[in-house]
Design a protein around this ligand. Structure first.
Ligand code: 6OG
Length: 162
């Protein structure tokens, strides 16, 4: 059913520190998801690969330059009354150059990977983050209400490859 829907491609990138103890989130200062904490990302442009889009958005929004990036998940978001689904490719970055800086879009802050501020994040995040902690790749679908706050249904499973 969802394959018949139009999808728009997005990226979502979570930089981890060297010990894999902490993750960098950004408080989004404008646009979609404003005032929420999230990874870094945005729309994939027509002339770039999804991975290049992820690296570009991470640098634009945090100042970090990727040295190693891996896709860890795929999320499909359906919003009530919106005919275009969001196809969000989720990445982990564990090696990078530079230090996080505040930008027009994001205010960066480090959090312990087992101490995530889920109450300040999108409602789906607490469901799939445990897959990241277990090192499992995942695919999920979430059907959000028009309020963009709560979802009514979801599917989530571990996969061998993305
Ligand atoms: P821009 O509008 O900034 O791209 N995004 C979501 N992330 C999570 N964790 N949950 C959701 O639940 C999300 N919906 C969108 C994808 C939007 C950014 O926000 C992410 C992109 O990184 C519905 O260009």
């Amino acid at each position: 059913e969802h394959q018949a829907m139009a999808h728009r491609l997005y990226t979502l990138v979570f930089p981890m520190d060297e010990q894999n103890d902490r993750v960098l989130l950004g408080m989004k200062k404008r646009g979609f998801g404003r005032d929420k904490l999230n990874g870094f990302g945005g729309k994939v442009e027509a002339n770039e690969t999804i991975t290049k889009g992820a690296e570009r958005e991470l640098t634009e929004e945090s100042g970090l330059v990727t040295k190693s990036i891996k896709q860890c998940g795929l999320l499909l978001f359906y919003f009530e009354k919106d005919p275009v689904a969001m196809e969000v490719h989720v990445f982990l970055v564990d090696r990078y150059e530079g230090a996080a800086v505040e930008t027009d879009e994001m205010r960066p802050q480090w959090f312990g990977i087992r101490d995530m501020p889920f109450e300040r994040m999108w409602a789906d995040d607490s469901h799939w983050w445990p897959y990241v902690l277990r090192g499992q790749k995942f695919v999920g679908q979430f059907w959000f209400k028009a309020d963009q706050v709560t979802f009514t249904q979801h599917t989530l499973r571990a996969v061998d490859s993305l």
